[in-house]
Design a protein. Structure first.
Length: 99
């Protein structure tokens, strides 16, 4: 999935040049971002569909690329909490047989 995301992240970050080292760095950032958001959400997320997980991943990559990843959680706390609540609501609905 990371390879598929690389082009989209490059586009989001306005990286128009080809550079193997930049791609290697972005690949690591994408992997760390997915792990971070999955952990914050409490479940693995779908980053291929347009939605909150994808938007959060792109913003995580923006912060990490600019050496400001420590500011991400504070600036996106509300979105991370909403994502977690959505996962918990889905889990509850499944447990109750609603979905």
């Amino acid at each position: 999935m990371v390879v598929e995301m690389l082009g989209d992240v490059r586009n989001y970050l306005d990286i128009t040049w080809q550079d193997d080292e930049t791609d290697r760095k972005l690949t690591g950032i994408i992997k760390r971002g997915m792990a971070y958001i999955n952990q914050a959400a409490g479940a693995e997320q779908d980053y291929t569909a347009e939605g909150m997980p994808r938007a959060l991943l792109f913003d995580y990559c923006r912060y990490a690329r600019n050496n400001a990843s420590e500011m991400f959680e504070g600036n996106f706390r509300a979105e991370l909490i909403a994502l977690r609540m959505g996962v918990q609501a889905d889990d509850y609905a499944r447990e109750q047989g609603y979905i």
